[in-house]
Design a binder for this molecule. Structure first.
Ligand SMILES: Nc1nc2c(c(=O)[nH]1)N[C@H]1C(S)=C(S)[C@@H](COP(=O)(O)O)O[C@H]1N2
Ligand SMILES: [Mo]
Length: 163
């Protein structure tokens, strides 16, 4: 190869490298596991793709922890139904920081919980309260003003355990 062709060749290689790494991370986002779903003693890993299978619902809101924008996710009851778990008497959420909370069937009937998977179109990263968080869109304004408890607005969810 002539010396003069080297910069062109090098930029071609760098270009491909950038393209492949971007494609690779997009692929990893949708098809790598983000959640452990436990039913009794049986556990399985779910990808974002599998979690979002029932269809995304979008809501523009200001989360009490600070994020403001478009949240998207699946209704918790739709997600549970898709997994054959709509009858669960206890749905427990476990977060990366050790926080845990649970919902009973009555609580799941009383309010529509959204299992958020995305913020402004992108998968929720761990520094943005991800990979998954629970929000109640109908309570967004009240939560921001402190008129309603957000004890069940658990973020950084890594496991959902049902029985
Ligand atoms: N992952 C995670 N989610 C959480 C919490 C937490 O510590 N970790 N705190 C819960 C509680 S008790 C409340 S009242 C709200 C707000 O918590 P904060 O006041 O500690 O910010 O988030 C809820 N979700
Ligand atoms: Mo709390």
């Amino acid at each position: 190869m002539r010396i003069s062709a080297l910069p062109l060749y090098a930029s071609f290689l760098v270009g491909w490298f950038l393209l492949l790494s971007v494609a690779g991370s997009a692929l990893a986002d949708a098809s790598s596991p983000v959640l452990t779903l436990t039913e009794g003693t049986e556990s399985r890993e779910l990808t974002l793709e599998q979690i979002e299978e029932p269809g995304l619902h979008e809501v523009d809101m200001h989360h009490p922890e600070g994020l403001e924008g478009t949240f998207a996710g699946v209704w918790l009851n739709d997600f549970l139904a898709a997994q054959g778990l709509e009858e669960a008497r206890r749905v427990r959420f476990l977060a990366l920081d050790g926080y845990t909370s649970f919902l009973t069937p009555a609580q799941r009937q009383e309010k529509r919980y959204l299992l958020a998977t995305r913020f402004d179109g992108e998968p929720l990263s761990e520094d943005m309260l991800g990979p998954l968080m629970l929000i109640v869109p109908e309570d967004a304004a009240a939560a921001l003003e402190g008129r309603v408890s957000t004890a069940r607005w658990i973020w950084s969810i890594q496991e959902i355990s049902t029985r």
